[in-house]
Write a new protein. Structure first.
Lengths: 210, 223
């Protein structure tokens, strides 16, 4: 401030205008960057997994970050988790009835795109997305003759269509259907491969501009 | 080779040469794309089928009109492990209980045809496309089938092995959406159907042709 008062009046005025312009530019940059990134968190109800018929449906939490390339095209980075299990009694020769529990956990990480035009005055806009994913599968099988645990990674993808609700505000609601699939994978105790995920789901998420 | 097989082969090669041939067109009229598809299973016999598989593919397009492109595409599919179709029991298709079967079918295809594809422009940045391509499929089939037969003289091991390589005609048709990311980078996303003719096997044991629906996506670049 001392320096400012030391400046001649004409320069003081110009410096003030320059500062104001910088502040406006900074605010504009902030506004632009806020529109470029969004964070969303939600969940999907998805169908079961063939080898583990204990859970007919399961809930999958999903988080995602999106970056706008233009008004309608977004890069999408997504992570999800799915837990499936089955428990029951089996007959083992020489042991009679015994308990066997099997559990599979799928962690998915993906990077893809979403096409999502602005909602406009109606406040509703469609979206289409495709995200190639890597699934980390943690498989555990505890039985009377077998106690096995293995971890594998397999490729896959997630795709979905839906609607985004919310017009101009920073918070939106996404609602749609999705399909996720992963490749088959092998576990140590079996000669054949276990089938991968192949699930349709109903997904809902809240998203906010960062 | 069948008459229409020859015709299809000639058409594919002519279109491929047309789309790839050197011309006076500028760089903006070329598109290169790479991607993949999730293709449905393949059933070489009425009761046996391979599971769905991934299918990598690359393509080159050249504009012959603002909305019409000549497209040449190369792709590959690999099927391993025949299993009975849903609703069919193992005992219905594999006669002896002690049999083992190792089967593998690989398809390498060259497709050349046309795609109607207007440029995706703001504000939507998305446009439909429709494509149709006569296709040549190179098929590599390997089948190792061994089984034990029990009769009055005891057990005897038999085996039936097939190895063949064939070239068969077919076609690919698809619809989808092209999304614009930047002026040079786009993403294609759509469904396609691909079909091939029957595959002539050894000793009259023909294999059924491909008949698949696929979900396809590709990243495209316009230099």
């Amino acid at each position: 401030m001392t320096r400012m008062t030391a400046l001649p009046p004409c320069l003081r005025k110009r410096a003030g205008v320059a500062c104001l312009m910088l502040i406006l530019q900074w605010a504009h940059t902030l506004e632009a960057s806020a529109k470029e990134w969004t964070f969303s968190a939600g969940a999907a109800i998805v169908g079961g997994y063939g080898p583990l018929s204990g859970d007919p449906v399961t809930i999958t939490p999903v988080v995602a970050v999106q970056h706008a390339v233009n008004q309608t095209f977004w890069w999408r980075f997504e992570g999800g988790y799915e837990h499936l299990s089955a428990e029951g009694s089996v007959y083992e020769y020489g042991l009679g009835r015994a308990t066997r529990s099997t559990r599979a956990r799928f962690f998915s990480f993906g990077a893809g795109f979403r096409w999502q035009p602005g909602a406009g005055a109606s406040g509703v806009a469609p979206f289409v997305e495709l995200v190639p994913t890597a699934h980390v599968v943690h498989w555990r099988d505890n039985g009377p003759r077998r106690d096995e645990e293995s971890m594998r990674w397999v490729p896959g993808f997630e795709t979905g269509v839906g609607l985004r609700f919310g017009s101009e505000g920073p918070v939106h609601l996404d609602y749609g259907i999705r399909y996720q699939r992963s490749a088959q994978f092998r576990v140590e105790s079996r000669e054949d491969r276990l089938p991968g995920l192949s699930q349709f789901g109903l997904a809902v998420a809240l998203s906010r501009a960062l | 080779m069948h008459k229409w097989s020859v015709t299809t082969s000639m058409a594919v090669l002519a279109l491929a040469l047309l789309s790839l041939g050197a011309g006076t067109t500028s760089a903006e009229t070329w598109i290169f794309s790479a991607g993949g598809a999730l293709a449905g299973g393949y059933s070489p016999f009425p009761r046996l089928a391979f599971h769905a598989t991934g299918m990598p593919q690359v393509a080159v397009q050249r504009a012959v009109h603002p909305d019409v492109w000549v497209r040449t595409e190369v792709g590959y599919e690999d099927f391993i492990g025949l299993t009975p179709k849903p609703g069919i029991f193992l005992t219905d298709v594999i006669y002896p209980p002690t049999s083992t079967r190792e089967s593998r079918a690989r398809f390498l295809f060259l497709a050349a045809g046309a795609r109607w594809q207007p440029a995706p422009r703001p504000p939507r940045n998305a446009a439909f496309y429709v494509e149709a391509m006569p296709t040549l499929f190179g098929v590599m089939w390997r089948d190792r089938y061994s089984y034990t037969i029990y009769d009055t003289s005891g057990a005897s091991l038999r085996s039936a092995d097939d190895d063949l390589t064939r070239l068969v005609p077919g076609f690919i048709g698809g619809v989808g959406l092209r999304f614009r990311a930047t002026d040079r980078w786009h993403v294609d996303y759509g469904v396609r159907y691909q079909r091939s003719a029957r595959i002539k096997g050894m000793e009259g044991r023909d294999l059924l042709g491909l008949s698949q629906l696929a979900l396809a996506a590709a990243l495209t670049w316009m230099p």
